[in-house]
Ligand binder design. Structure first.
Ligand SMILES: Nc1ncnc2c1ncn2[C@@H]1O[C@H](COP(=O)(O)OP(=O)(O)OP(=O)(O)O)[C@@H](O)[C@H]1O
Length: 320
């Protein structure tokens, strides 16, 4: 028998002033899974997550979180979930260690303060006031607060916004560590590389509805987006292969001298292209096969949803 999902959402709906923020949304998250909830500003991510956390009511639909209905406000559920908010609003008189110790006392199951400090890379800052920390360091405190009660299910709301690149990588390692401990994680992020790196599965929502779900690879193959071959001509050569039909590529040139072509069979097309270049005595610079990234797939999905006639030229930050 399949294990009960950690999170189950069926036909969830939430309406504000007659406008649905979440509209007939259904999905499951298996125990131990890391899932990223993606969508443009105003898509309904926060509304959905806060309903799962028990911080907002729903208008209709069924929601089960670790076997509880979050709408009932069960303490037993609150103790098993960890919430990492964008802005936790921590009182400014406390040091990092003090605030962690205070939060820790609220949970029946607890992680060691020094261990959590180590995990989030704040050991050196343990005795500093939270307000004296940089923005990125304060986000690490938020992360630490989400872990201190040793939760089974962790909600991470844009966990690395404001982090420098190395802090982001450290935060990713923290999430990987939680995954290896079997924790279930629901993550919202606008960084598509973060979702691709961390999540087993992504859910893409827009205007409160589910546009797509699956692994990054599933979404990529369902998107119909094709890999692209890309190169420049070396030795000052600026002319494309004389006869594109010979190598069977639909080559396009951009203003910086890059040539690109979609390719359904990159190995074959690379062979043809490099064969042509060797025969013609032309060097191919920066030659690469670029597979569509999760970001490409996301922009395609969200762009198509925003405007059915568009070709996907949208951005993640456009309000829905
Ligand atoms: N308390 C509220 N009262 C009225 N409307 C709300 C409220 N909260 C959210 N909304 C509306 O519901 C929609 C979804 O908002 P939500 O905050 O869930 O989006 P989001 O996907 O989290 O966006 P972002 O990426 O910008 O954080 C938006 O149109 C928003 O204006």
């Amino acid at each position: 028998m399949a294990a009960e999902p950690a999170v189950s959402v069926r036909s969830l709906r939430k309406v504000y002033a007659g406008v649905p923020a979440v509209d007939d949304l259904s999905f499951d998250i298996a125990a131990g899974e890391v899932v990223a909830l993606l969508g443009p500003n105003g898509a309904g991510k926060t509304t959905t997550v806060e309903i799962l956390e028990g911080h907002r009511t729903r208008d209709s639909g069924e929601v089960s979180v670790l076997g509880h209905d979050p709408g009932r406000g069960d303490r037993a559920l609150r103790e098993r979930i960890g919430i990492v908010l964008q802005e936790a609003g921590i009182e400014d008189v406390f040091s990092v260690r003090e605030i962690l110790t205070r939060y820790r006392s609220m949970y029946p199951r607890r992680r060691d303060v020094d261990e959590v400090l180590e995990v989030v890379g704040l050991t050196e800052k343990a005795d500093d006031r939270v307000t004296s920390l940089s923005g990125g360091q304060q986000r690490r405190v938020d992360l630490a607060l989400g872990l201190i009660g040793d939760p089974d299910l962790i909600f991470l709301d844009e966990p690395t916004t404001g982090f420098d690149p190395s802090a982001r990588r450290q935060a990713w390692e923290v999430v990987e560590g939680l995954r290896s401990l079997g924790r279930t994680i629901l993550l919202t992020t606008h960084y598509l590389d973060e979702a691709e790196y961390l999540a087993d599965r992504v859910l893409v929502i827009a205007r409160g509805r589910l546009l797509a779900e699956g692994t990054a690879a599933d979404l990529e193959s369902a998107s119909g987006l094709r890999p692209t071959l890309r190169f420049r001509l070396g030795d000052g050569a600026s002319r494309p292969p004389e006869d594109p039909a010979v190598i069977g590529l639909d080559l396009q040139a951009d203003q910086s001298g890059w040539f690109s072509a979609p390719s359904d069979e990159p190995a074959r097309d690379l062979h043809r292209l490099t064969g042509w270049a060797l025969d013609a005595g032309v060097r191919l610079e920066g030659l690469e096969v670029r597979r569509p990234t999760l970001e490409d797939v996301y922009l395609d999905l969200v762009g198509a949803d925003a405007d059915p006639s568009s070709d996907g030229a949208s951005t993640p930050e456009v309000p829905a």
